[in-house]
Ligand binder design. Structure first.
Ligand SMILES: [Zn+2]
Length: 412
């Protein structure tokens, strides 16, 4: 069996998909359920149909393109990723896993492989939180880690309900039906760009993900008292931004002093009201992101945040309310699938490195219902979520080939 990746086709398809964008090239903006996203989805589905795959879509728009195996009732071997892109992003995030997965399937077809298990390419809806404020919307619903009831309460940035948005985009049916039955997947493997610079630095062809870090995000609302920047004496102030500053630094300190490099914490949003130079900040909203590969350690930082909020509230006479948006558990990739990926790398003489995924992906949620693994392709300077995101055609081809070999083994 000689599996050959048609690298020109794959790389020209990545270029073609990048043209479905609401930003000027090389930037890509493709927010879920916009007309641009829907046209991009239609284009990918047409490529899947050309490959003889059977398409199914669920109520949230997750798309399943199946190459039916000789035992159609056996659990499915899945691969795939997402094609939505945050504003002003690049061409490769998610797309590499979707089009690389499609190319892997076509390569197996070309090699005359007849899988026993069906092989299914998934295009997950809204991996990016841009529109609905929550990442991995489609895979959370598939795994049941987000209930249909909780999903229905989500609105987009314009306040339109998720039900209205998805129905307008052409996805009907009930969200209760999205969750997959247990035992649906035999295995799931996601190909993705690294979004970090470790592989490049270590000069390895590919990264085999052993663990996916646990993300948590919170919104912290601080309310003090506003007033004239000249009129109110310092001793009389309840400045919300000064309180926020103490909290921001305490979060940084908690992550730095956790004792592990895997603990990271970020305050990426700080909205100040009323936001005038001559007005004391009355209200501040912080967006906090805390991650770790170890759940206890991650939760310890969350507890520190809680304690600091109480202390700062008492000390500065401000009210502080924190709202947990999500707190997911980390996951270990399935050792048997990682070993299969390693064998495929060795077969072709590709060097590889065991890595931790510090970004989270749809695989984190699919791991709740299936054994998963991820395969990372180097990306230049580790750049991602920006227009100059770049993965070389050679690296993408290597990734697709190892994915194809692995899918063949898992589906045999
Ligand atoms: Zn991604």
């Amino acid at each position: 069996m000689k599996i050959a990746i048609h690298h020109e086709r794959l790389n020209s398809e990545i270029e073609a998909l990048a043209a479905f964008s609401d930003a000027d090239p090389p930037a890509v903006t493709r927010v879920v359920f916009t007309s641009t996203d829907l046209r991009a989805r239609a284009w990918v589905k047409a490529r899947c149909e050309d490959a003889g795959l059977t398409i199914r879509q669920d109520a949230i728009g997750n798309t399943f393109a199946r190459w039916v195996g000789s035992n159609p009732t056996a659990p499915v071997v899945g691969t795939g990723s997402h094609i939505d892109a945050i504003p002003n992003a690049g061409k490769y995030d998610g797309v590499t896993g979707v089009l690389g997965g499609l190319e892997a399937i076509r390569a197996l077809q070309g090699a005359g492989v007849h899988p026993r298990h069906s092989i299914e390419l998934l295009i997950f809806t809204s991996e990016e939180p841009t529109r609905f404020g929550i990442g991995c919307l489609g895979s959370r619903l598939l795994a049941g880690t987000l209930s249909a009831g909780a999903a229905k309460k989500l609105t987009d940035n314009d306040g339109t309900s998720i039900d209205e948005v998805r129905r307008k985009a052409g996805f009907s049916g009930e969200l209760e039906q999205v969750m997959l039955p247990s035992g649906y997947f035999k295995a799931f493997v996601e190909l993705h760009i690294e979004q970090g610079a470790l592989l490049e630095r270590e000069q390895k062809h590919l990264g085999l993900v052993e663990r996916i870090a646990a993300p948590a995000s919170l919104r912290v609302l601080i309310e003090g008292a506003g007033g004239h920047a000249g009129g109110v004496l310092m001793s009389d102030r309840r400045d919300a931004l000064c309180a926020a500053a103490e909290i921001v630094l305490a979060i940084e300190h908690a992550a730095r002093s956790s004792g592990a490099v895997d603990t990271v914490a970020t305050v990426g949003i700080c909205d100040v009201f009323p936001g005038a130079v001559n007005s004391i900040p009355a209200k501040v909203r912080l967006g906090v992101d805390i991650r770790d590969t170890d759940l206890l350690r991650r939760d310890r930082v969350m507890r520190v945040l809680d304690e600091v909020c109480h202390a700062v509230s008492a000390k500065r006479q401000v009210s502080i309310h924190s709202e947990l948006l999500n707190a997911d558990a980390p996951t270990d990739c399935a050792p048997a699938i990682v070993a299969t990926l390693a064998q495929a790398c060795e077969k072709h003489g590709f060097t590889f490195l065991p890595v931790t995924s510090r970004a989270y992906h749809d695989s984190l949620f699919i791991s709740q219902i299936a054994p998963v693994a991820m395969l990372f392709i180097p990306c230049r300077n580790g750049y991602s979520h920006r227009p100059d995101e770049y993965a070389s055609p050679e690296d993408i081809t290597r990734g697709a080939l190892v994915l194809a070999e692995t899918l063949a083994t898992l589906a045999a």
